[in-house]
Design a protein around this ligand. Structure first.
Ligand code: PMP
Length: 288
């Protein structure tokens, strides 16, 4: 924070920061696996895109942010890490209500790597429920700006817990599948992949699935994913920086197909983790 490296317990933001008061912030999360950042450039692109769309400025360019991220990981010593960069609107020194008066703040942290799905869920697949809460429309909050507008997603989680599921899928205003709390979703039907085209965060893991499918000749398209398509899919999986490609085997208490993790999900998951050693896809952390 403010060009200082601190233990997490000493990192503080003002309660008057608009990031805290109004969710007026953008962020990105990249992970380190086996001492290497995975697709750092794509995460920096998305983060700087968000800054521009929100008219925020930080006193660092891409190389400057990358250096800070390297330092956070190197100083914390993690070999596998969840690394977040954040810009908040900041606070206005005059307490004005004009966002242009606020002083934007940049901060970053590195914590141990964590996944949406725990090891048992990775083995047997996640149990998911379709939430009754609808995703905030893209016309209100631009989903291409990675943001903390999570009230719909958190309501979705509690909806899911109330129905003994482990996480939620959220529909859009038209009743089609959108995404979940921190992940995109894919269905596999007759050997082809489909994921929602719009109203979702353009996830880097989602993009990675398209890149992997192109390599191994599996057809993959972005389009409208109906609830029926989800229920009748051969396989369903979710994607996130926090966990990669994660199987879903139960939807609203009923098994998807035979209720087992499917072969396409397995193949893509294996390939995804193999790419973490590939210098075209990953960058070594500059440890001291
Ligand atoms: N959708 C939402 C709402 C998210 O917050 C995230 C990641 N945190 C994703 C999708 C997945 O994006 P990525 O693969 O870039 O982590």
């Amino acid at each position: 924070m403010d060009s200082q490296y601190l233990p997490m317990s000493e990192a503080k933001i003002s309660v008057l920061d608009w990031g805290f008061l109004h969710s007026d912030a953008t962020y990105d999360t990249v992970h380190v696996w086996g001492g290497r950042f995975f697709r750092l450039d794509l995460h920096l692109d998305r983060f700087f895109g968000g800054l521009e769309k929100l008219r925020m400025t930080i006193p660092f360019n891409r190389d400057g942010v990358a250096e800070i991220l390297h330092n956070c990981v190197a100083l914390s010593g993690h070999r596998s890490s969840y690394v977040e960069m954040i810009c908040t609107r900041g606070a206005s020194p005059t307490f004005s209500r004009d966002p242009r008066d606020a002083v934007n703040r940049f901060m970053a942290f590195a914590i141990p790597y964590g996944s949406v799905a725990n090891p048992e869920q990775m083995q047997r697949g996640l149990h998911v429920a379709i939430s009754r809460t609808v995703r905030i429309p893209a016309a209100s909050v631009d989903p291409s700006i990675k943001n903390y507008h999570w009230l719909d997603l958190v309501r979705g989680l509690y909806d899911a817990y109330d129905r003994s599921a482990e996480t939620a899928l959220i529909l859009d205003m038209a009743g089609n599948v959108a995404e979940g709390p921190g992940f995109n979703v894919f269905v596999v039907s007759n050997g082809a992949l489909m994921t929602p085209a719009s109203g979702v965060l353009p996830g880097i893991t989602r993009r990675t699935v398209f890149d992997l499918c192109a390599e191994i000749d599996i057809p993959a398209v972005a389009g409208e994913v109906t609830v029926d398509a989800l229920r009748s899919a051969d396989e369903v999986f979710i994607t996130s920086t926090a966990g990669g490609i994660m199987p879903v085997t139960v939807l609203d208490g009923r098994p998807i197909a035979d209720g087992k993790v499917g072969p396409v999900t397995r193949q893509l998951t294996e390939l995804y983790w193999r790419k973490h050693e590939d210098p075209n896809w990953s960058t070594p952390v500059r440890y001291p």
